[in-house]
Design a protein. Structure first.
Length: 339
């Protein structure tokens, strides 16, 4: 049934299909009894809770950032079996993102290329939605900087999002690894990244001293880092005392694709996700796990299209996994298998 539905959706542009599907699901679960029926189909009755970053997660399967940027579909994702959803990337001010088209399928590769550009409604609007978030679902806030904010002032944007979202999310992920905001990946260099993370750690300390609960701070990194750069990530992770790493974001690489060179070049710039990124993202995950020696918990993301792929992430140190492209190609049955 899902494959038939998917074949119809794939007749539309990728971004249109995304919003058509989510709008339809939002409508369906608003009908009395339908949400419970869908939940019964896709909830794994054998799922086990898992404790990570000091939080009790309903299961190991999460939705990666970028799918529900604006916290509009949290109830839908809970019904479909996700234990947690990472919203965003959220920026202080709303922004439209890059020009259309900006989301593309490479069907033969079971992959996606996107250059969305942090399109989101801005932190204030998203907070209003989070005030009515569904109970029992863990929500992470993936935060970034506005496109117009220069890198030397990026720290201010991260602090604004962190401060405003703090009462409404369960953990934070600092995104400095998207390839779709000009100059953003330069913030992965050790000096600016350490400054951002230390500032957020200090802000959290102040909030805890004022009576707030302690929320975990995670860092999302790119799969394109060299081992030397990963060594820097390891050292700054231990130095700053952040709680975890999300490995990994999308890649700028186009190696090993089945799609023709002409098709890929016609699409142009953007981050590649899906099956082609599985090997590299898992290598990065394993490298971090080995060098951090279990001192910091990890979330595995990238190329998960089967239960076996998820198990590979767990075997390389992930305590949780997140999916995006796999959800598009395999549907909610994948969530059930992982959970």
């Amino acid at each position: 049934m899902f494959k038939l539905f998917r074949s119809i959706l794939f007749l539309m542009s990728a971004e249109k299909a995304h919003y058509v599907t989510l709008s339809l699901l939002n409508f369906l679960i608003s009908i009395p009894g339908v949400g419970a029926l869908i939940k019964g189909l896709y909830r794994n009755r054998n799922q086990k809770t898992v404790k990570a970053f000091g939080i009790e997660f309903p299961n190991k399967a999460g939705l990666a950032a970028g799918f529900d940027k604006n916290a509009k579909y949290l109830k839908v994702m809970q019904v479909l079996g996700f234990g947690h959803v990472e919203i965003g990337t959220v920026t202080p001010l709303p922004q439209a993102g890059n020009d259309l088209p900006r989301l593309f399928r490479l069907i033969e590769d079971e992959a996606i290329i996107n250059r969305m550009g942090f399109n989101n409604d801005g932190v204030e609007v998203i907070i209003e939605r989070l005030k009515s978030r569904p109970k029992g679902l863990i929500v992470g806030g993936n935060i970034g900087k506005n496109k117009v904010t220069p890198n030397e002032k990026a720290i201010d944007d991260y602090k604004i999002c962190f401060d405003k979202l703090y009462p409404y999310v369960d953990y934070f992920t600092v995104n400095v690894s998207s390839p779709n905001t000009p100059g953003l990946r330069e913030l992965q260099d050790k000096k600016p990244l350490t400054e951002i993370l230390n500032a957020l750690m200090e802000l959290r300390k102040t909030k805890v001293e004022n009576g707030s609960i302690r929320l975990p701070i995670l860092l999302k990194i790119a799969p394109d880092l060299t081992n030397e750069q990963l060594d820097d990530i390891v050292s700054l992770t231990l130095e700053t005392g952040i709680d975890g790493i999300v490995a990994t974001n999308t890649t700028i690489s186009r190696e090993g694709l089945k799609a023709s060179k002409a098709e890929v070049e016609a699409i142009g710039m953007g981050g590649l996700s899906g099956k082609p990124i599985m090997q590299r993202s898992t290598e990065v995950l394993g490298y971090l796990n080995t060098h951090l020696k279990g001192k910091v918990e990890l979330i595995g993301v990238g190329g998960i299209l089967s239960k076996i792929d998820a198990e590979d992430k767990f075997n390389n140190g992930a305590v949780l996994v997140q999916i995006y492209s796999g959800f598009i190609y395999e549907g909610p049955a994948l969530v059930k298998k992982i959970s």
